[in-house]
Design a binder for this molecule. Structure first.
Ligand code: AMP
Length: 144
């Protein structure tokens, strides 16, 4: 299965972004209201400047306390973002997430973000794939 198929199954939902100059408190508000774990940081909603996840915020809350909520998003975000393309295979994306120890990945083509996938999307796609493989193998063995 490819990233393109995963995006399609999600209904090509728009990616939730936040501007670099927004405050961390604003980021918390969006993460909470949208019930998501990370935001792509972007000035124009297309080019990726970074990613800020709940982990970045919790780490800073633990270190410095609630004062970090007044920081700007670009002070806490990760700027070296690992992205994937729509033709990447889901198992390769899963490997990249495991190796990099992160759970979110923007889908980028020609420098422009066209989608976003999370570890939840990837695991769901892999489980569906494995279930289909099992059905096919069972069918072959049973001569169905
Ligand atoms: P996560 O597990 O996605 O909540 O993120 C764990 C850490 O990795 C945080 O510091 C994030 O900013 C960072 N991170 C999340 N996604 C990516 C990505 N695609 N590329 C690089 N870093 C990321």
């Amino acid at each position: 299965m490819t990233v393109q198929q995963v995006l399609k199954s999600k209904g090509n939902a728009p990616v939730v972004t936040i501007k670099p100059a927004a405050t961390v408190a604003e980021a918390v508000g969006i993460l909470s209201s949208k019930r998501i774990g990370a935001l792509v940081v972007s000035e124009d909603g297309k080019r990726v400047a970074g990613i800020i996840s709940e982990r970045d915020i919790v780490r800073e809350l633990g270190r410095r306390g609630p004062v970090c909520l007044n920081d700007t998003v670009d002070q806490l975000m990760t700027s070296r973002v690992v992205g994937c393309t729509r033709s990447d295979r889901v198992d390769a994306v899963m490997q990249m997430m495991t190796d990099g120890r992160f759970r979110h990945m923007p889908v980028i083509e020609g420098g422009v973000m066209i989608g976003f996938i999370s570890i939840g999307d990837v695991v769901k796609a892999r489980l569906a794939e494995l279930s289909m493989e099992k059905e096919a193998l069972t069918g072959m063995i049973m001569g169905m």
